[in-house]
Structures are given as C-alpha cells and as structure tokens.
Write a protein that binds this ligand. Structure first.
Ligand code: G3I
Length: 404
C-alpha cells in the first residue's frame, strides 16, 4: 500500500485495522436493476457511459423525512461558495433548495472564522449564509464552537493565560449572536483521541493541556446559557465502529449526563467507507446513544469509493479512477443501508437528522485532504455535473421505507 500524506487524522487512528475495501463493488448487485436510473449518462467522471447519475423517483429528498436532511456547504469567500454570483453557486443552490432542509457551514462558523482576534467577532459571512437559509426556509446546524485542529485554533487560545474565561466569552458571544437563528450546535468537536500507547482518552489538545477535561462540560453549560433553544451536540468521527473510541465516548457522555450537563445529542460524523464500519456496528452505536435518551445526528456523512486504508488500495496502481455504474450502485446500497439503520435504531423523537458533507462531488474535502490531491473520489449524492446519483435515490428509498 502506498503511503499517502495525511492531513486529517481520521483514519490513522480509526481505520488502519480494516482491510480489503478498494473496488467499491462490494455491495454487489446489478446496476441495471435500478429501475430509476437514467439511460443517458451526463456525468463527466464516468467512462462507462451510463448509470452513474439517475432520474430520482421523488421531487424533494427532504420531504421524505420527518427530520432535518442537511448538507454541508462552502460559503463566504471559499472557492466553491454557494454565495458566489456564478453558475457553480447557482447550480449548488438549486440542489440545496430542492432536496435539503438544513445547512451546515462546512468551515465559516469555525473558531478562526468567527473569532480570530480575541474580542473581535466577525459575523458577516455567517450572517449572509443564515439570511439565505432563512429566506429559503432552511435550518442551520452550526459547526463548531470548540475544535482542536491547529489550522482552526486562533492564536489567542494558545497564548491565553485564562483560557476558561476566554472560552466562556467566545461561546457566549457566538451562541448569543446566533440564538434563534440556528437549530443546533456542534459544541465540542473531536475531543477524543488515542495516546502514544494506543489507549483511547481525551485528546491532547491545547484545551485539554490547559484546562483538563472540564472544558467540555463548561462549553455545554455556557452554550445553553447563551441559547436556551438550540440543540447541543458532541460531535466526532470514528465512533460508529465497535472500537474503543466509541466506548470511551460513552463513558464521557455518561459522566456528562450524571453531572446534568446540558448535552442533547451525539453527532456521528460518519466519514465512512464502502465496507467499514460494518452496518451492524453502526446500528448498535446509534442504539446505545439513543438508549441514553440522547439525540442521534449523522452530521458529516460521505462514502468514497476508494479506501486508502484498505489492504487492496494502492496509488496510483490500484485505486478506482473511474466511477462506474457498479460503483454507483454499490454506493447507493451503502447509503440506503446506513439511513435504514438510522431509522431502525433511533426512535422518532431522538432523530436529530442526517447531513451529508458536501453538496456535490466537485466540492468534497476528501479529494484534497484524504487523497492529498492524488486523485478524486465521488463520495456524495450529486455528481460533478450537479446531477442526482443513485446514492441520492438510495437515501430516498430508505426514507420511503423501500428495501435497500
Ligand atoms: O480559504 C483558503 C484559500 O484562501 C486557500 O487558497 C486554500 C488553499 O489551501 O485554502 C483555503 O482554506 C481551506 C479551507 O478548507 C476552506 O476551503 C483549507 O486549506 C482547508 O484545510 C480547509 O479544509 C476544511 C477542513 O475541515 C479544515 O478546516 C474542509 O473544507 C472541511 O470540509 C473540513 O471539515 C471537517 C469538519 O470540520 C470536522 N470533521 C471532519 C471534516 C473533514 O476534515
């Protein structure tokens, strides 16, 4: 397996043990059996001449669900911003307005965007996005009040000698500003990691180094005081498998609940692969969170065809370079089964919603971060040409109660 440069720690700690997922054809089945697939291919990333895009059997994905169906978006000044005045942005907005009921800003509500200089809050880009969402009747899942990743940690955090009070101010000001305008918040994002000995515990972030684990309950308490209505989530990746990260998270959450910390739910990022995690593990993780009376929200779902951590993957020799009809069909099945597991495992009252991490395959973090610009993948519901993929039909099938 060729070693690729990893900018994101996701799978270093969570996926390495798995093997054998590279072709994307593992879902099996006959792509032509999908009655709703279009006979004409319009997807430029397909060399197979058809069936990588489809004609959906429904008009609006989100109306099939009794909970938010969301998408992350690029906004503000980002390259693929939906707020730009160009054809790309207009095409993305068409998809959003038709198929999604909730928007997550993929970047522009992170720490550095809203509060780069201590005491100076920059809300213009987020406000503009929220105004757009409100005008379209879309909700907002806001992301994220506290995140460790150095690229997004403002200098004032590292320099602070009174970090708890500075974080309180950060959270209070932001959550108050957006109170009444957002449905929910990722309050703390990715606070769990494996240490050098491989043991799961609290991530050795600047927050943990300076404050210990207390920054986590304090963040929820401050957020609730500033916005009494928004649902408050702990959000993380790699928690839908059976490994120790999920177990540590449950332990952390049980402590928070025992201490009456105002946490409403768990955000499962779900940057998953075609065969990892096993669907039974995903279902079980949802169930165990719901058993605690917490909401379950899928916050960042995407499913690439290539898995750089799978045993059969190697770049450039052995990665899937064309998105075929077989891949599209297998991906449809995988999306369908994940949504089906969500519906099976999570009672109606605890369904926080399902969000995919990007509007269309032309704007996915995976190409640049996971695949280091070595190649592209096709992890989302809409094609690089903004057309619905079988994956979108798969989500719709599950939401409609059709067998996957
Ligand atoms: O805005 C600059 C632009 O000016 C510059 O030319 C360009 C060249 O590098 O970079 C642009 O910034 C990029 C930014 O996204 C905005 O597009 C950063 O390099 C890039 O690192 C950043 O990546 C984001 C990443 O978080 C880090 O913040 C991804 O878009 C975003 O999808 C990803 O999202 C995370 C979630 O927050 C948490 N869960 C995992 C998920 C995927 O990593």
């Amino acid at each position: 397996m060729v070693l690729i440069k990893l900018l994101y720690p996701l799978a270093v700690v969570t996926v390495l043990p798995m093997v054998g997922c590279s072709s994307g054809g593992s879902g099996s089945g006959n792509p032509s059996s999908s009655s709703s697939t279009s006979s004409s291919s319009s997807s430029s990333n397909s060399s197979t001449g058809g069936n990588t895009t489809t004609t959906l059997t429904f008009a609006n994905l989100h109306v099939l669900a009794g909970f938010p169906v969301g998408t992350a978006v690029s906004a503000g000044n980002e390259s693929f911003s939906i707020m730009h005045s160009n054809a790309n942005a207009a095409s993305q907005r068409n998809i959003i307005e038709q198929h999604f009921s909730q928007i997550t800003p993929g970047n522009i509500m992170k720490m550095r965007y809203l509060h780069n200089t201590y005491g100076t809050f920059t809300y213009e880009q987020a406000d503009a996005l929220i105004d757009y969402a409100a005008a379209q009747g879309k909700g907002i899942h806001a992301h994220a009040l506290i995140w460790h990743r150095s690229y997004q940690v403002p200098d004032w955090v590292n320099e602070s000698e009174d970090l708890q009070s500075h974080l309180d101010h950060h959270i209070s000001n932001i959550a108050e500003h957006f109170a009444g305008k957002v449905d929910s918040w990722d309050v703390v994002n990715e606070a769990i990691d494996r240490n050098a000995e491989g043991v799961w515990g609290y991530r050795d972030s600047v927050f943990y180094q300076k404050l210990g684990k207390s920054y986590i309950p304090n963040a929820f308490i401050t957020a609730r005081a500033a916005d009494v209505d928004a649902e408050l989530y702990y959000n993380d990746y790699g928690i839908s498998s059976a490994d120790g990260k999920f177990q540590f998270m449950l332990q952390m959450v049980d402590e928070l609940l025992a201490d009456d910390v105002p946490i409403d739910g768990i955000g499962f990022q779900m940057h998953v692969f075609m065969t990892w995690p096993d669907i039974s593990h995903i279902r079980s993780a949802f169930e165990q969170v719901a058993d605690r009376g917490l909401k379950v929200k899928i916050t960042e779902l995407d499913i690439p065809i290539n898995n750089p951590f799978g045993g059969e993957y190697s770049y450039p020799d052995n990665y899937v370079s064309n998105f075929t009809a077989e891949d599209a069909y297998a991906q449809k099945q995988r999306y369908c089964q994940i949504v089906e597991a969500y519906l099976q495992a999570v009672p109606i009252a605890l369904r926080g919603g399902i969000t995919v991490w990007g509007v269309y395959d032309g704007d996915t973090w995976l190409n640049s971060e996971l695949f280091s610009n070595n190649h592209v993948d096709w992890p989302l519901l809409f094609s690089t040409n903004f057309l619905p993929k079988p994956a979108a039909q798969g989500v719709g099938d599950a939401l409609s109660g059709r067998a996957c």
